[in-house]
Ligand binder design. Sequence first.
Ligand code: HEM
Length: 425
Amino acid sequence: MERIPQAIANAIVDPVVFGDTAKLHETYAWLRANMPLAIAEPEGFDPFWVVTKHADILEVSRQNSLFHSADRPTTIVDRQGDAFVRKLTGGSPHLVRSLVQMDAPDHPKYRALTQSWFMPQNLKKVEGRVREIAKGAVDRFLEKGGTAEFVADLALGYPLHVVMDILGVPPEDEPRMLRLTQELFGAQDPDQARMMITMMDTEQIALMMKATVDDFQSYFSVISEDRRRNPRDDLATILANATIDGAPISDFEAMSYYIIVATAGHDTTSSSTAGAMWALAENPDQFNLVKRDPSLIPGLVDEAIRWTTPVKTFMRSATEDTELAGRRIARGDWLMLCYASGNRDEEVFEDPFSFRVDRKPNKHLAFGYGAHLCLGQHLAKMEMRILFEELLPRLKSVELAGEAKVSQSSFVNGPKVLPIRFEIA
Ligand code: HEM
């Protein structure tokens, strides 16, 4: 059985490598060229297959009964962290039970609760509200005049505001939600962690995550209670009153649903938004192209999502012995889907390392594929399109004004500091 060299195996789980985009892509490119599907056993981790080719990621993602999400951790965790979570939960490898940790028969039932809400037809209802939020965010941003830190000054707050609006969280509670989300998703990044210490072991991280989940639970149980008594036209009302097979869903599952929407909905979108601005600042020809022809904005959005691929990895486990790309996968084997690698696959994308707003087709995998295909993809793309429709006509030029930094996390990551200089049109 092919084993990935130890240094590479360690690199693909190392948060520090994820904070260095060039290094990460160099590692993935090596794997695609030399060991596109092989086993890694980083120190302290159970072994897992590393899936780096676009075609193989698709193959695994669309066979949802053969490759489960619920049976083992859905995000990469070391042996100690896995054991600790199981100790906390009484055996389950998951701290929460949301769509991403479910398989059929439950998964389609839970997904159906909100699926139609997230479809483009229904989103038209919120488009006006999203544009209002975008306009306000752009106005405040331009007031900075000349130089700004794009992440803190625009990219972070805007999608958070949209998703909180949808969930019915009042603006005064948004800073708390922002903090909780970053703790849950960016917990490996020392700057974002609850405890400001640079070295934490996995037990400490798991404890921190549990505290964060408890915080979410107490917050959303109040909102749920309110929506049962005073229903409104928001997602919180759908969740608070949801039933499956005639019975209300449990508080734990409702809370998990809030968490997935609250967390999946903004760090990802803000990373892609900042990724777009970063790429435009570095590629003035692309900036001018999309400025001259705003019909390219949806192309800019898709390319920025491919380019950034904020969700770096998800895990699956095999339910039966099977074969994938000529390799024998055994029942119970764990697999890492490396979306950011698939999105630079030379066999699928022409010139994958250049940022092109007019890339067509753009069959990126940043939203996953199959039964778990991102529920919020249309919302994310709509938010980004509207933001750039509002922002680009008001900018004459944009360039980097200092060192940009990327967050250090092997799950969801993206730009965390992006100093830019701009001229107003
Ligand atoms: C650019 C932004 C986004 C990216 C790159 C992204 C990426 C992903 C990916 C890769 C998955 C697949 C998980 C898997 O296969 O196990 C996923 C699932 C999901 N996403 Fe997104 N997402 C984004 C924005 C959003 C937004 C705005 C929302 C909601 C407000 C959202 C809600 C969800 C939910 C609920 C799931 C779980 C679906 C399921 O398991 O059935 N996402 N997302």
